[in-house]
Design a protein around this ligand. Sequence first.
Ligand code: IPE
Ligand code: IPE
Ligand code: MG
Length: 246
Amino acid sequence: MAGAPQPQMNMVPGCPRHVAIIMDGNGRWATQRGRPRLFGHHAGARRVREIVESCPEIGVDYLTIFAFSTENWKRTQVEVAGLMNLFRRYIIKETKVLRESGVRVRFIGDRVRLDDKLIHLMNELEAATEHNNQVHLTIALNYGGRDEVARATKRLAADVAAGRLRPEDVDEETLPRYLDTHVLPDPDLVIRTSGEARISNFLLWQSAYSEYEFIDTLWPDFTREEFTRLCTAYGGRERRFGGVLR
Ligand code: IPE
Ligand code: IPE
Ligand code: MG
């Protein structure tokens, strides 16, 4: 099968299956260098390839990255337009390498506010990689956890109104089937770079029992070595899910 997982020699014991990353700190990284914020976003985008490539070596099957939030539209028009341009360029530049390295790409978030050209490129990248399964890369673009739950609830309510779902059958297994992430497992580990200890509307439902790592490194400085270290540390953690370990 195309892109079937290959056994790796250097997998991390107890490695998280699904890691989600809030890639923060691009603006400060650029400011520290006396450069415009977009310079930091370009440097940040270049970091993504190394982290995706390291997933099969470490043993991470699912990587979800926060690229643009539903709140990031509040930034200047110059920054927003520059980011949208960067996303288009990123997809055009990376499609071949992603397809050939067995990465399956999905996008989560609301596409309605994105421009047609970008939506077209996102659809093409998803289609070009749909038979891959080495690593599942999910890019959160115009994503907000509250927005996602609201959109899911709207679809769920429509199913109830149409008689396809009974209100008494709605439980915590039902709602996630309507979320953008319905085909993904919940994240085991959520990493946020840049020293901020908040989740900023990322995967609110899905991260109910995730482990967190808040690290000071700014995203453009984040390396494969640090990623491996965090995945290794995760392997030593005790997850209880509300129970008691015997
Ligand atoms: C994260 O970096 C990237 C996006 C939110 C698009 P920031 O742009 O938030 O960088 P800081 O937090 O201002 O340093
Ligand atoms: C979160 O970072 C969003 C992304 C990394 C895409 P922000 O920089 O937007 O979050 P706040 O504003 O510091 O909470
Ligand atoms: Mg930020």
